[in-house]
Write a protein that binds this ligand. Structure first.
Ligand code: UT7
Length: 356
């Protein structure tokens, strides 16, 4: 019997509209363009206007991906949404996107694997299509990270208006989160997949994904959850416990080892080596991480695509956003072997392999 695989049919993205430069951040946080560029490679990131949720970006990316694929929304029979910043505590953004697309009730699954969310989404799409449960799957990764930044109204105004100044108390509060706010941005990316007879070897080929709760503490949100009663209160907000706590160095070290490790592993699963890879799309958390991972794998520059310089870390949107650009630049033609790798809070990490 011929195997069925998930073949990519289209991609789309939606980036938040408001550009925020490193110099703008330096108005409200003790940082500098030089520090941010040297440590992370980031030059700009984009934030939404207040009131725009991750599903709003997600639905735009989804529409663009459907257009690109030439597929009517009504043909989608399964929706998978990865986000760590859902519009609401519950439900997730999946059914919000389904409704905004005007789709009838279909299965709408939410994944919350943070920066590895889209990679888990690819594995889920592979399983849904190969099992015959779905034939046309829409996968969306969307995050509005700016919603997690605990700044008050005046700080937000000062970010955008150089005439507005903030006092020392605000600067001290903002300092506590500077290692986070310099890194993240808001965006969404989407892919549409179709069931495809795999005789030509195309489609999602394999995945190696891992969850490692022993490393949960290096990146997590301590408050706002069922481990607390009530799950949110004023004291929690005053402590900054609604904001992710991150041991940046620890995350950095694990990312530079585990992304290359799982990439080699998934390639080997299919009898390939690194030399067979045409394109590696890595999670965009820090350009230095990706440069180190690329070096470990011995990949030339033309086989890697980074865009963190422009967008920052957009969490579950990084993989589709980077891939969309790479594809537009002709780096992923039909038949190309592409790997998607990511590591993020959980920890969740791993690599998915796809033949275009
Ligand atoms: O998607 C997964 C999510 N996260 C990641 O992948 C993060 C991975 N880690 C990183 O990207 C890096 O660890 C960071 C960019 C977050 C930080 O870079 P680092 O080289 O590890 O810096 P550090 O935290 O060790 O801090 C070095 C110095 C410290 O000052 P002292 O103690 O040497 O005086 C920090 O206080 O830099 C200071 N610092 C800053 N200075 C200016 C930390 N953040 C900033 C900042 N601007 N934004």
């Amino acid at each position: 019997m011929t195997e069925v695989r998930a073949l990519l049919a289209g991609t789309g993205v939606c980036v938040a509209p408001v550009e925020v430069t490193n110099d703008m951040l330096a108005r409200v946080v003790d940082t500098s363009d030089q520090w941010i560029r040297e440590r992370s490679g980031i030059r700009t990131r984009y934030f939404v206007e207040p009131g725009v949720g991750s599903s709003d970006l997600g639905v735009e990316a989804a529409r663009a991906a459907l257009d690109d694929a030439g597929i009517e929304a009504a043909e989608v029979d399964y929706l998978v949404c990865a986000t760590m910043t859902p519009d609401h505590y519950f439900p997730g953004s999946g059914t919000l996107i389904q409704a905004k697309l005007g789709l009838p009730p279909i299965p709408a699954l939410d994944l919350r694997q943070q920066c590895a969310g889209f990679a888990y989404g690819l594995q889920t799409v592979d399983a849904l299509i190969r099992s015959g449960l779905a034939r046309t799957v829409l996968l969306v990764g969307c995050d509005v990270h700016s919603s997690l930044i605990p700044w008050d109204e005046l700080t937000w105004r000062a970010l955008y208006d150089p005439e507005v100044k903030i006092d020392q108390a605000r600067r001290e509060w903002n300092l506590r989160f500077r290692h986070l706010v310099v890194l993240f941005g808001d965006a969404a990316g989407a892919m549409v997949f179709r069931a495809h007879r795999a005789d030509d070897g195309r489609g999602i080929l394999a995945s190696r994904l891992y969850g490692d709760g022993d490393n949960k503490d290096i990146l997590f949100v301590p408050g706002v959850g069922s481990a607390k009663r009530p799950w949110v209160d004023a004291a929690m907000l005053e402590r900054g416990d609604s904001v992710p706590h991150m041991d940046g160095r620890a995350v950095f070290k694990l990312a530079v080892t585990r992304m290359p490790e799982t990439t080699r592993r998934v390639l080997a699963d299919r009898g390939y080596g690194v030399e067979d890879l045409d394109l590696l799309i890595m999670h965009q958390a820090n350009l230095r991480i990706n440069e180190a991972a690329q070096k470990q794998l011995g990949l030339p520059d033309e086989k890697v695509h980074n865009n963190i310089q422009k967008y920052g870390n957009t969490t579950s949107a990084t993989l589709p956003l980077a891939f969309h650009e790479a594809r537009q630049e002709g780096k992923a033609p039909e038949g190309a072997l592409v790997a998607f790798t990511a590591l993020g809070a959980g920890l969740h990490y791993g690599t998915v392999l796809m033949r275009m």
